[in-house]
Design a protein around this ligand. Sequence first.
Ligand code: TXA
Ligand code: MG
Length: 325
Amino acid sequence: MNNRHPDIQHAAALLRQGKLVAIPSETVYGLAADAKNIHAIAKIYAAKGRPSTNPLIIHLSNVSAITDWAINIPKAAYQLAERFWPGPLTLILPKHPSVPDCVTGNQNTVGLRIPNHPVTLSLLEEFNGGLAAPSANRFGRISPTTTAHVREELKDAVDYILEGGPCSVGIESTIVSLASESPVILRLGAIQACDIEAILGKKVPFQSKEKSEIIVPGTNSIHYAPEKHLYLLDKHMLTERLAKSLAQKKQVSVLSFSEKPLLFGEQHGDWIQADPSPIAYATKLYATLRMLDNSKGDCILVEIPPNSTDWFAIRDRLQRAACPK
Ligand code: TXA
Ligand code: MG
């Protein structure tokens, strides 16, 4: 007798039929399909409007399954998996020949992750296979961290949305490539370089897209972008910009570490006081950007967080969301 929740059984049945299901994870919501079904994979790219050269991450429920998806797996992969899985870490490894090329954007590597969310872990066990899942947003847009965001992004393009509550981490997984001689970080996330280095016992650099030959679309210079212009400013510049906008009788949407000034009234726009902890800031980041994007301001002014390692992943997302200088 199968006693899993009916929603999970329903989601697994749809996935077996080649349909798309939005799944919760601790990072952001994903748009999942059977990783072995090329027709289902094509639907993911179409629903997102994402270029077919951009590879997808395959989600698994246990470490022993990685040999079905990757080959020449180095010891470092097992060390990182043991410490961080299930969790917000994606490993890039040489691809197993049975992985469809459309999942990996024709690259000879594959991205693998075990997400830390009870609903999705249960779904993966019920489905008993790998689920390819990019973030469940339209290409270039802000990633969703609630089911309401998923609906707003994808409307009818998704067959079913599995409820899992708001995402706890709030920003996408850290990506570490172990596919060449030395490990490199391809995307910053809640797991920091120092956490990876502590396990591997060596320096693991962050490889920016400019220097990288590996295609990592999440590192496009414009990504995670709201519709409104977002300006990332230090405290001083933000104050100046604010004064200018208000003098021009323009409304603004502000995300600042400072308390709302007494002079800033409702008629001036919206003011959100940012959380001083990077962990709490990340959890709320995308929901906050969506709210500011939907609020009455002409533009969004964001005070840039501190230039310290625990803020790097957040600064990276904000820099991509911001207008070019
Ligand atoms: O937290 C996350 O990683 C979320 C949740 C749903 O798991 N997923 C996510 O997927 O952010 P997506 O597709 O939005 O971003 C995945 C990133 C892309 O930048 C993609 O290029 C990179 O992972 N990626 C996937 N496979 C790769 C590969 N074989 N080589 C290099 N980069 C890869
Ligand atoms: Mg994405």
